[in-house]
Design a protein around this ligand. Structure first.
Ligand SMILES: CC(C)(COP(=O)(O)OP(=O)(O)OC[C@H]1O[C@@H](n2cnc3c(N)ncnc32)[C@H](O)[C@@H]1OP(=O)(O)O)[C@@H](O)C(=O)NCCC(=O)NCCS
Length: 171
């Protein structure tokens, strides 16, 4: 079974490969990271680990059975007052198997138990039905929608989840 691992320095090569190989796939659903992200990947990876050490964010990768290949990433970012934002993305080749739902549940469990958070929020475009499915199956409820921005961008749907006794179902 794929394993959810807390982000480490030695994940860098596999994480970069994951982002490169799935760049076009991700860009269909979320804004492209831009060329600078790939050029400066090593610096950025170290910065993420510093944030993690400081406790402002918790990053995770879903690692395949081969022990190396990154299949997905599941992050808790912008932690403040016991709340964090959940973000995730899966390699195209690993989708449709329930893995994102399993990993999101596992991250919610970690958020409550190891990170002592009390609530999570998430957001996605209103047309991202796969993300909506993962979030609702993980216990998030719709908290509202943003109006389209002036540049004609898509409406975003906001989600929230309180971390209590109902989140401790882990697969
Ligand atoms: C969203 C994402 C993480 C889902 O990953 P996944 O591993 O396929 O998710 P799961 O298999 O756990 O669940 C997805 C569910 O949504 C369903 N789904 C997928 N696309 C769908 C669509 N266009 N319409 C309706 N349902 C859809 C799947 O069938 C599945 O439900 P099922 O188990 O009943 O078949 C993945 O598609 C992804 O990384 N997309 C690109 C980046 C992204 O959108 N990230 C989220 C930003 S908020």
């Amino acid at each position: 079974m794929p394993e959810l691992q807390r982000l480490r320095a030695d994940h860098a090569p596999a994480l970069l490969a994951f982002e490169r190989e799935n760049r076009a796939w991700f860009a269909r659903a979320v804004p492209d990271r831009g060329d600078a992200y790939f050029a400066d990947f090593a610096v950025r990876h170290r910065a993420l680990l510093s944030c993690q050490d400081e406790g402002t964010d918790h990053f995770h990768v879903l690692v395949a059975d081969d022990g190396t290949t990154v299949l997905g990433r599941f992050n808790l970012v912008d932690i403040s007052d016991g709340e964090a934002e959940l973000g995730f993305r899966m390699a195209e080749s690993a989708t449709g198997r329930g893995l994102a739902t399993e990993a999101a549940r596992a991250v919610c469990h970690l958020a409550a138990t190891d990170y002592h958070l009390t609530s999570l929020r998430a957001r996605t475009t209103v047309t991202n039905l796969a993300s909506h499915t993962v979030l609702t199956r993980t216990g998030f409820t719709v908290a509202g929608e943003t109006a389209p921005d002036s540049s004609g961008g898509e409406r975003m749907r906001r989600y929230a989840k309180a971390l209590g006794g109902d989140v401790l179902r882990v697969y």
